[in-house]
Design a protein around this ligand. Sequence first.
Ligand SMILES: [Zn+2]
Length: 269
Amino acid sequence: MLSAFVSAATIASQSARRVTKDSRVRKPLSPTQTVEIILVQKLVEGIHQFRNGIFSSEQSVFEGPVDDQHPPVLFITCSDSRIDPILLTQIKPGALFVLQNAGNIVPPYKAAEDGSGATIEYAVSVLGVNNIVICAHSQCEAMGCLLDQSHVAKHAAIGSWLCHAESTRQIIEENYAHITEATERLMATVEENVLVQLEHLQTYPSVAEALGRKALNLHGWVCEFETGQVLGYDSLDCQFVPIGETNFKAPWVTGGSRPSRELRHELHE
Ligand SMILES: [Zn+2]
């Protein structure tokens, strides 16, 4: 992959030089092409910074035998370009096993063949993670598509993926008629979807078994892009609350207990 980026940047820069030398036979680069070249060059610069910076200081993590990988957390989040698990948590490489997809969705056990199930099973059964975090975010376009079914109708793959969040859409339709403002309705969808996907997680035998042994905690988070704050689902108060340095309470599920959906809605009405 590295050589592919280097090649792309080199070719782009050589092409730019040729254009400068002989503008009679070649058209000048369009603004879009120039932006693309600058972007690829930034990626290459970033790779060099990685090698000279974090790779040098954490080389043992990268070099270690594959069996030495013991991340304590499976971090499931959205593919949105603004979400970066390492950046968000400021944790060192090696601590998070990451699963990223549109809408931070967890298809129920054996309901999809996209690789999510294998990632979850590997994380829990082989790596032995102690925590699974599902981290959503405000302004989620995947959840926007879920609410606006016209996108689903136009794009078959999006439709078949979002079917794993159909329960979320139904919960919003049935319980959130009082929230009509678009941003608030989207945020309610984002939050409810985290809880639905946490429920899906428990359909995995490896997850259920680890919960039964009290060897695993599940957490539901939402990152608010507007404030930079991360909200965590508080299973005692049945609501998302800002995660501070001192107020972090119980995870959503520890060893099998979970709040009822009815109770959550009663508290929010
Ligand atoms: Zn998203």
